[in-house]
Design a protein around this ligand. Structure first.
Ligand SMILES: [Zn+2]
Ligand SMILES: [Zn+2]
Length: 81
């Protein structure tokens, strides 16, 4: 950790909804998403901030849940606290 450890992310729709709105009502696999998010970010001193304006198609795996299917992604940043 050296003070500039912000990490650029691409998040799927489900992760954005869960992270920003704590809403998994539209998610097909809410438990898997919550577990994956907790596993990746639960113990890290990060705050995840959505920086994108809208979703865009991407082949990049989701940095939240690890989904690697092509789909909509939102840009976000994990800000080191
Ligand atoms: Zn995701
Ligand atoms: Zn997902």
């Amino acid at each position: 950790m050296n003070g500039s450890t912000d990490v650029d992310l691409a998040l799927c729709v489900d992760c954005v909804m869960i992270l920003c709105n704590d809403d998994d009502s539209g998610c097909r696999e809410p438990e898997r998403h919550r577990e994956a998010l907790a596993e990746r970010w639960g113990s890290e001193p990060y705050r995840i901030v959505v920086t994108g304006e809208e979703y865009h198609f991407s082949r990049r795996p989701c940095d939240g849940c690890g989904d690697d299917d092509d789909g909509d992604r939102m840009e976000a940043t994990a800000v080191a606290l």
